[in-house]
Design a protein around this ligand. Sequence first.
Ligand code: SAH
Length: 554
Amino acid sequence: MQRQFGLPKNVAIRQADDHGGIEIAEAHGAAAAIAMEVRMRVSACPWLCGKTPDAIIVGKPMGKVFGHQEIERAIERYAVELGAGIGERLIDFKMRQRMIGREQHIQCRQPCRGDTQAFFLEQIFGRRIHVQHCCMKSWTEESPSTTIRPRFLSPSFPMSARLLLKPGKERSLFRRHPWLFAGSVASLEGRARPGDTVDIMDGEKVLAKAAWSPSSQIRARVWTFDADETVDNAFFKRRVAAAVVRRQALPELQKQNGLRLIHAESDGLPGVIADQYGDLIVIQLTSAGADKWRSAIVDALVKATGCARIYERSDSEVRKLEGLEPTTGWAYGEAPSNDPIIEEHGVKMAVDYAGGHKTGFYLDQRDNRRFARELAAGRRVLNCFCYTGGFSLQALAGDAREVVSIDSSGPALATAQRNLELNSGLDASKCEWREADVFQSLRDMHKQGEKFDLVILDPPKFAPSAAHADRAARAYKDINLHGLKLLNPGGLLMTYSCSGGIGLELFQSIVAGAARDAGVTARIVKRLQGAADHPVDLAFPEGEYLKGLLVQAD
Ligand code: SAH
């Protein structure tokens, strides 16, 4: 098919093959034509989002093409004009490639093999670089994975940056713990930018490949402990697909239309959270490495689930520790006309994915909400930190006598109200919503002599890390103490901590201290945890952030 690009009359470019590579139909004026065409494609390239590519590779045309050097010079001039800079290297290997520029966005014009390009780029830049073909049809085509091994390497090529450890600091990696703290790092050999994949070394052996995060105390997060595994698009495709399949294997998860698909470290994807609500997935990327591989993760999710939309809610505070700006918006597809509605144990819940907390909904409490429903029959229930009413509506569905729900967030309570309306079978007259501070409300209710048969305490994360544990412990003790005081004899307290910085033992001792100070004799009747779509990698106990106790008072 002839394609005209508004070029001088004597030049025509036609699409030559399925890769969208181009062939010169008429030699005369070809250099200018190609340069112009590259320019056009760069500016139209959606994944560059209007940004300047930092480098352009020009593969040497396979056939004999008149004016090849002219073409290169024209593109070179264009690169300079773009400010892409020139760091030229010529490499001889099957195909000769000319490198212009230095950095990571690569515009690749020739339909030469992606793995060869990827290989060269990795050697030159010391890390894996995403190569996108500059083809009409394949903007979203992923680059083939590199299978060429370093035996083709000239020794002068730098390898991936290497992270050397202080003596003894490799031990946690032997246990397959995926975090490497700043205090364990002796030095970094070679260049690495935030999010780049570096080799963690034990002598001359590669122990792990990890995402480099120079501004975080967690200096590197391991992608893989397999020295032979390449961290590339195909890697993310495998890991994401495995996470999805893992959930499909569990019957209780198969029927959920609200599901955590990726639970970060515990799914082998540090810093990556993905929650599915019907045909919409919300992702949250919280580490430099995850941020770097955004498009690979999004592509992999689309492929693994066939979902129509992916929204990014990377606005968590923890991104600051990684030197990352907040990022929100559509990563794939467009906004649906309404918020998605999921169904949990037969109760409909609208998910405010763009304005709500985290990714919009707390899927981790799914099992515990069902348990609260079972306990609620005939009871007067107090749901503290109710958010959009998850526990409250389940308690109502479980025939609670009355449900009082407290949260300090007006928008969350508005969604809770909406959720109640979505479920016409529930008796709204038994429900009371209070926009208030729980700490104060518990005291006020005690003064007013209010009593409950089931008190639920599901507060926000008081201790994001161990450094906040002391202050958080006081806050946990306070709400548990005052919550226990509100119980009728034989009443139940369902109490949680979702703080990574507070372990189960510490949490239990805090609740014990609260009971002592409240003058209540109570016993643990059940230990509670997150749902199965929030698995805990055995090598990563930190993954068990959500812990709960069901306590029965005398
Ligand atoms: N249990 C909920 C999730 C709770 S998230 C569920 O199952 O969906 C924690 C909630 O605590 C948030 O909605 C937040 O708005 C609320 N919150 C935080 N601090 C609070 C305070 N001091 N008083 C009342 N609510 C508070």
